[in-house]
Each structure stands twice: as structure tokens, then as C-alpha cells.
Design a protein around this ligand. Structure first.
Ligand SMILES: *[C@@H]1O[C@H](CO)[C@@H](O)[C@H](O)[C@H]1NC(C)=O
Ligand SMILES: *[C@@H]1O[C@H](CO)[C@@H](O)[C@H](O)[C@H]1NC(C)=O
Length: 504
């Protein structure tokens, strides 16, 4: 007696939102969904249909269907009751029962579906518990992260293709003796972002994050709805919901709160700029690999601010590649630097982190911090090591900077002569910590002698930091109401760190 999946699909069986509650392959669930329209006999008003292996119970929602797939052993009366509850949840989130709106609310619907199922699995719930379960849930965050990783992978692949294409064009142009076109393709400003140019293939991410077909069930206790597994007593989840009426349904459908550490002073409209960097450089500072990836997320927690415009200013002159979310009006961003939804009458989703803009910078010689490490062989088989750092991008402030220098194996003697900040020897490395590097305090040195050692021992040297300034010169200037252009108060945080920053 298991609920296999809950799906909102079109009449032709195309899944818009689908949540699987048991482990199954994507092919299997897609097969089940494709079979569904073929099983329905025209003109008949049945609300369920069975095959040899499963039962479909469904309810029309205008031109769409709310569809549950259950095992055949499941209690059909309860299935129908549950279907009604799912059917009620959908219009709670979707202002219209259209494909576009369902896609737009896909996240919210998935969380609400999860809540229904999670609650169904619990032995005994009352309204107050329902609320607290909903509030405790941090599932949204996990889905968001998973979706984002997929998006980034896809974007990376597209960028690689695009970069190859540009390189080809450049080479061909060079052959023909024409000036390279690259600067116009990758120029500064929003207008010429190559990622949002129409030459880029319409992103696969059009489906993300709005149509995730989730094929893994929630781990641990939330794996499946076992209706009737506690017997057919009238005290089941469904009948309790019925007796508590719509109040419960709306509690179930209440927005899921994310229980990540609360950010102080977060306003109803919150912007988060997050940048990550991978950099590999040689010992003489030549940058071998540079990959910056940035994401702007928007979180709105008051429906009054659902329809807003976020104004973004790009002062960067490097070849930043910008890409807006498929639901964002590309043209408005390109021409005015305004982030708003394509469908102006629609609000942004509430209570979730919505990735609205991504940027990338690759193959750039824009290392934020140079680290120059000079080991020289001294007397007695040892090395005198002289390390110097310097802030190369002066608009940045880097905090908690740690430069980790490996030491040779064995038990070498380490004598430190001079340093800025602090140092500590930890196992086989020296960690040199500098609390703050900024325009005012942009360089520092560390000198030590290690015996015995050879110059190769001190590489690769790695660097970590935290920062609330971003490498790209990209910033929000204001947020306004779509309707009348009035200013909206907002908060923001900026974070920039290195996934990997090493000198090899
Ligand atoms: C850096 O590299 C790691 C591993 O190769 C990868 O997982 C990560 O996404 C990369 N980060 C960026 C900003 O490209
Ligand atoms: C830097 O190193 C110190 C001491 O080892 C550690 O406490 C701190 O968390 C490190 N900071 C970062 C940003 O890794």
C-alpha cells in the first residue's frame, strides 16, 4: 500500500511536476506517465484506471491532471481522499491552472506534496504539529542545492562549447586576416553577454528549477506514504484531515520555511551575490586555470513584493558571461540591467531562493591575490623560504586568509624569521593566517628556514579566504515595485571564496 508518485501532468501525459516516493528509474516513471493517457477511455468520467502493476487515480484541473500512481493493493477510497487533498493544494499555489504557472510554482508544489506525504506517514498528528513539521523542514534548501549543481554543470558544458566555438571563429577570422570578433562577443556590459545572446542554445535549464522530476525519495522516514498501513481505522491521516477541514489543508500548504542559520537583518526582499573561484597558477604566478562562477539569488518573504524589478549595474570590463534565468526577461536585462519576470503579471516565487542571474569569468588573468614563494637552497641542506602575497584586485577585501605551505616529510627543523599575521605549524604544513587583506594592507611576507629540504617541498601551496566583496564588479543599485516604480527596501549579502586556489 504505497503511493508511488504524485504528478501534475498535461492531458497528453507530460509531467510538469512529479514527485516519486519510491526508488525508481527515470525511465520507469516516464514509462508510467506516458502510458497514462492511453489508458483513459474518452468520455467516461472514471477517476481511476488500473494496469497489471499499478493504479492511476486522477482528477482534472482545467486542462491538466492531478495524478497519483499507487500500488494496486492500496485502499482506493483512501487514494481518492488523498487525491482530493493534492488537488486542493495545487490551486493554493497556482493562480491559474496552466502549464506555465505549474512550472513556475514547481518548487512550492513539491514541498507541499512532501509535507502531505510526510504527515501521512506519521502516527498521529494534530494541527499544531502539522505547523511545526512544516516549519522545521529544510528540504527546500537541499532541492535548491541539487538543482543548482545540475544547472552549473549544464552551464559549464554550454560555456565550454561556446568558448570552443569562439576560438574556432577567432582562428578562422585570423586566417582570413580579419580582426577577431571575440571582443564584440564577450564585450563588457550586459548588452553583449555571450551567454544570453541568442546564439547560445536555449538552455536545457528552461526546465530547471521549475520541472524537477525527482526520482529519489526522501531518505529515512519519509520514503513512502503508507496509507492504511496502520489499519483502516477511522483515525487515519486522511480522515483526520477531513475532520479538521480546510484549515489543515492550508496549513499543509503553507510555505516551507528553510531552517538554515537566520541571517540577521534580512529584509522581505533579500539579494545574495555568491562567487566561487578555482585558480591554479604556476610558481612564477602564471595563471593556468581560472574559473569564476557567480550566482545572484533573490528571496522574497512578503507577497507585497512579489512583483519587483531588481536593478543591477555591471561595471566590469572583463569578459563576464552573464546569463539570466529562463523565466527572467532577457531583453530587459540586456538593455536596462533590470531583472524582472518575463510574464509581468506573475510574481516571483515566495520563500525560496530563486537563482535569477549567473555569471562566469574564465581564462582570465584576474587572480585576486598573488603569492610568490621563493625557496632557495641554503647551507647545510636546508632551504630559506621567502613568501610574499599581494592583493591584485584592489576593490576586494579578503578576510581570514590562510596560506598553507607544505613541509618536507620527516622531522625537519623549522625556524621562522619574519612574518605578518600569524603562523602555526600543523602536521606537515605551515598555516600562515592573515586576518585581513585590503587596499590599505595589501602585502606581507613570511620568511623561514627548513632543514633539511629542497625547493619542491613547498608546493603546492594553497590559499583560502572569506570575503564579503565580489570579484566581478556587479552590484544591485536598487529594487523597485513593478507597478509604480517606487523604491523597495532590501537587504543583501555578498560572498566570495575559493573552491580551490593553488600555486603548483
Ligand atoms: C572548482 O573545481 C571543483 C572540482 O574540480 C568543482 O567541483 C567546482 O565546481 C569548481 N568551482 C568553480 C567555481 O568552477
Ligand atoms: C584558517 O586557519 C585557522 C587556523 O588553522 C582556522 O581556524 C580557520 O578556520 C582557517 N580559516 C579558513 C577561512 O579556512
Amino acid at each position: 500500500m504505497v503511493l508511488i508518485a504524485a504528478t501534475v501532468c498535461t492531458k497528453s501525459g507530460k509531467a510538469l511536476v512529479s514527485r516519486q516516493f519510491v526508488e525508481m528509474t527515470k525511465a520507469r516513471i516516464e514509462g508510467l506517465l506516458t502510458a497514462f493517457p492511453k489508458l483513459m477511455t474518452a468520455g467516461r468520467q472514471h477517476t481511476f484506471v488500473e494496469t497489471e502493476s499499478v493504479r492511476y487515480v486522477y482528477q482534472p484541473l482545467d486542462k491538466l491532471y492531478m495524478l497519483l500512481i499507487t500500488t494496486k493493493a492500496s485502499n482506493i477510497l483512501e487514494d481518492l481522499e488523498t487525491l482530493r487533498l493534492f488537488g486542493r493544494v495545487v490551486p493554493e499555489y497556482c493562480t491559474q491552472l496552466t502549464e506555465a504557472e505549474v512550472l513556475n510554482q514547481a518548487f512550492n508544489l513539491l514541498f507541499a506534496f512532501d509535507e502531505i506525504v510526510a504527515l501521512g506517514y506519521r502516527e498521529s498528528v494534530n494541527l499544531a504539529q502539522v505547523r511545526s513539521f512544516v516549519e522545521m523542514d529544510s528540504h527546500e534548501e537541499k532541492i535548491y542545492q541539487a538543482v543548482r549543481q545540475t544547472q552549473e554543470r549544464e552551464a559549464a558544458n554550454r560555456m565550454r562549447e561556446r568558448a570552443k566555438e569562439l576560438q574556432r571563429e577567432r582562428l578562422e577570422a585570423a586566417k582570413r586576416g580579419q580582426p577577431p570578433r571575440s571582443s564584440s562577443g564577450f564585450g563588457s556590459g550586459f548588452g553583449s553577454s555571450s551567454m544570453s545572446s541568442s546564439a547560445a542554445p536555449e538552455p536545457v535549464t528552461d526546465k530547471m528549477p521549475t520541472t524537477p522530476v525527482r526520482d529519489t525519495s526522501r531518505p529515512s522516514t519519509r520514503s513512502a506514504m503508507k496509507l492504511g498501513s496502520r489499519g483502516t481505522d477511522a483515525d487515519s491521516f486522511v480522515s483526520r484531515l477531513r475532520s479538521e477541514g480546510d484549515a489543515t489543508a492550508s496549513a499543509v500548504a503553507a510555505p516551507v520555511k528553510v531552517d538554515k542559520a537566520p541571517v540577521a537583518n534580512q529584509k522581505d526582499v533579500h539579494l545574495r551575490f555568491e562567487e566561487r573561484l578555482n585558480l591554479t597558477a604556476g610558481r612564477d604566478g602564471d595563471v593556468q586555470n581560472f574559473e569564476l562562477s557567480g550566482l545572484l539569488t533573490l528571496r522574497i518573504t512578503n507577497e507585497q513584493f512579489g512583483k519587483i524589478h531588481v536593478h543591477v549595474d555591471n561595471k566590469d570590463t572583463r569578459p563576464l558571461q552573464l546569463q539570466t534565468h529562463p523565466n527572467v526577461d532577457k531583453e530587459a536585462f540586456r538593455s536596462e540591467g533590470v531583472i524582472r519576470l518575463k510574464q509581468a503579471q506573475r510574481p516571483f516565487p515566495l520563500h525560496s531562493d530563486v537563482g535569477v542571474l549567473k555569471w562566469r569569468l574564465t581564462h582570465a588573468d584576474a587572480a585576486p591575490l598573488s603569492v610568490n614563494c621563493w625557496p632557495s637552497e641554503g647551507a647545510g641542506g636546508g632551504c630559506d623560504v621567502n613568501i610574499e602575497y599581494e592583493l591584485e584586485q584592489e576593490h576586494l577585501t579578503l578576510s581570514d586568509v590562510n596560506i598553507t605551505i607544505p613541509l618536507p616529510s620527516g622531522n625537519p627543523s623549522v625556524v621562522v624569521h619574519q612574518w605578518e599575521g600569524n603562523y602555526a605549524q600543523k602536521g606537515r604544513s605551515i598555516i600562515w593566517s592573515i586576518p585581513l587583506i585590503s587596499r590599505q594592507q595589501k602585502s606581507g611576507t613570511l620568511e623561514f628556514t627548513v632543514t633539511p629540504a629542497i625547493p619542491n617541498d613547498f608546493f603546492p601551496l594553497t590559499v583560502t579566504w572569506t570575503s564579503d566583496s565580489s570579484l566581478a564588479l556587479l552590484a544591485a543599485t536598487k529594487v523597485t515595485q513593478a507597478e509604480d516604480g517606487s523604491a523597495v527596501d532590501y537587504s543583501q549579502d555578498v560572498s566570495f571564496h575559493a573552491d580551490k586556489y593553488e600555486f603548483v
